[in-house]
Design a protein around this ligand. Structure first.
Ligand SMILES: *[C@@H]1O[C@H](CO)[C@@H](O)[C@H](O)[C@H]1NC(C)=O
Ligand SMILES: *[C@@H]1O[C@H](CO)[C@@H](O)[C@H](O)[C@H]1NC(C)=O
Ligand SMILES: *[C@@H]1O[C@H](CO)[C@@H](O)[C@H](O)[C@H]1NC(C)=O
Ligand SMILES: *[C@@H]1O[C@H](CO)[C@@H](O)[C@H](O)[C@H]1NC(C)=O
Length: 489
């Protein structure tokens, strides 16, 4: 029997094991047993190894390790002994030296396992980083946790604040899974993507509409049923500049042709072909309109959207035929779809008149972080989302109408807008925003343009009682009013 000489006085969770003066032999074997208990995790075993770094077995010059049981094959540890014989290795009853496995069995001690905790999640420096929304946290060797500190598109704090503010703000927020885990910087670049216009461009030709009687509510999609494109999804590509331009142009082709030219123009073509734009990192509206005016566009089926920039496959003098696009069935069109020069609208009533007379318009908009979480109601940006360091960014959307709503004693006027984040967002892809107060600068840069549609209608055949119509060639700028070239006015 081995001679033992110690007692376990106290055992704090880690390394609190204290060796005391000699005591009954079996107590000793029980002491080290503590270190080998089945419940002993690798983490704790490593603590033990760290606390008594030794060397022990490794310190024995000739025969570091002994066969069978040799009670002399021992070394002092703290105030007792540990063993380097095979007998010490008895699972939960073992009393081996801390470096026995390493020295005698050749098992390299597993790396240090410090344990860290982050929001109730336990991990070690050797585990993968822990993902916390858009940030990652790592466990340091000293047990501390270091996280990246990026602002996320949405976080629990923001959602909580918006929840409290809901009544006073007039709109509600929700926790979209699509945003969770994304950095705000990423959202600003890839979910928006319209640059603020240069001052020179801002001062372009402005149109004042003669203000007639305007209804208190108007929705282009009800007025021109089936002709207005509902929300599409730009994906994670900052192409709102291409989307708002292409969809507004499509709306106007459908409206002006009274449904004969129902076409979905291809934002992908703009993304790939418009020069001096930054593709999925954003673009300018004036260049987009210049392109549409000069070269024209093909339809979506011919140039499907892939949410990434690719090589431009439409050339300057292409027709729908040379660009390998299917020709429309209702009109005899072979030319690409071109728009007239863009013009900007002055103020609330000008914008309203334009929408009612000619269709949807494009609006530049400043986006604050809380906008991403909008679910429904009449949006106005909240203080919750505007600490100084969170720079806002610009986006472009379509305005398709307006309305007003009584909130308490107050009449709240709003615009109805269509976004390009898909129909899962907001009010089926739409949102309403305060009107008449330039909320988010939405009234400061509003553009419109008119399409070149076929003018002459010709009957080609009868289908039942319906006269199927085909439009002859000959592109006429419409309406006949001519606007000076973009940017010169
Ligand atoms: C283990 O931790 C100790 C101190 O905590 C340190 O000195 C040593 O370098 C670490 N070993 C490894 C392999 O990281
Ligand atoms: C929002 O959703 C994420 C997962 O999609 C979840 O982890 C988080 O706790 C949610 N936050 C709130 C405030 O609902
Ligand atoms: C369609 O237009 C082409 C020229 O663009 C013309 O040659 C052709 O006759 C037209 N067809 C019809 C049915 O109008
Ligand atoms: C908008 O501008 C037009 C002309 O620039 C002006 O006649 C009209 O009164 C303005 N409307 C408002 C609400 O300021």
């Amino acid at each position: 029997m081995r001679f033992f000489c110690c007692v376990c006085v106290g055992s704090a969770p880690f390394g609190g094991i204290v060796f005391a003066s000699p005591l009954a032999p079996h107590t000793m074997r029980h002491l080290l047993l503590l270190f080998a208990l089945a419940a002993f995790t690798a983490v704790e075993a490593n603590r033990f190894r760290q606390e008594f770094p030794g060397p022990y077995c490794a310190q024995r010059k000739y025969d570091a390790c002994c066969r069978d049981r040799q009670d002399g094959c021992a070394l002092p540890i703290s105030t007792t002994l540990c063993y380097c014989d095979e007998f010490c290795d008895r699972g939960e009853h073992g009393d081996c030296c801390p470096d026995y496995e390493e020295v005698c069995l050749g098992i390299t001690a597993p790396a240090n396992h410090t344990s860290c905790v982050h929001k109730n999640h336990y991990f070690t420096p050797y585990d993968p980083v822990v993902v916390d929304n858009c940030n990652t946290c790592k466990c340091n060797l000293d047990g501390s946790v270091t996280c990246t500190e990026d602002v996320c598109m949405v976080d629990d704090d923001l959602l909580r604040q918006l929840g409290h503010l809901q009544r006073s703000l007039g709109w509600s927020a929700t926790n979209y899974t699509e945003w969770w885990g994304r950095k705000y910087d990423e959202g600003k670049v890839l979910r928006l993507g319209t640059f603020q216009p240069k001052i020179k461009v801002k001062a372009m030709k402005r149109i004042s509409n003669k203000a007639g009687a305007l209804p208190s509510r108007f929705d282009a999609s009800e007025h021109w049923t089936g002709l207005i494109t509902e929300a599409r999804d730009q994906g994670w590509c900052g192409s709102s500049w291409a989307f708002s331009t292409a969809t507004m142009a499509s709306d106007r082709f459908a409206i002006l042709s009274k449904g004969r030219e129902m076409v979905q123009l291809a934002p992908q073509q703009m993304l790939a072909c418009v020069r001096r734009q930054r593709g999925c990192s954003g673009g300018h509206l004036d260049s987009a309109w210049q392109y549409l005016r000069k070269y024209g566009m093909v339809n979506e089926e011919c140039y499907p959207y892939i949410a990434a920039q690719n090589v431009c496959k439409v050339h300057e003098d292409d027709t729908l035929i040379t660009a390998n696009c299917e020709l429309p069935v209702k009109v005899n069109r072979t030319q690409l779809y071109k728009m007239g020069p863009a013009y900007s609208l002055n103020n609330e009533t000008d914008i309203m008149t334009e929408i009612k007379e000619r269709g949807t318009v494009q609006a530049l908009m400043r986006v604050y972080r809380d906008f991403f979480s909008y679910r429904g109601g009449i949006y106005r940006h909240s203080a919750a989302a505007t600490p100084a360091e969170e720079r806002s960014a610009y986006h472009s959307v379509r305005l398709i109408g307006w309305g007003e709503e009584r909130v308490g004693y107050e009449i709240v006027k709003y615009w109805i807008a269509i976004n390009s984040w898909g129909q899962w967002w907001g009010e089926n892809g739409r949102f309403r925003i305060l009107r008449g107060v330039n909320e988010c600068e939405i009234e400061s840069y509003v553009l419109a343009s008119n399409p070149y549609v076929h003018e002459h209608v010709q009957a080609i055949r009868k289908v039942g009682d319906l006269q199927e119509l085909i439009l002859s060639t000959g592109f006429v700028q419409h309406p006949s009013r001519r606007y000076p070239p973009y940017g010169r006015g």
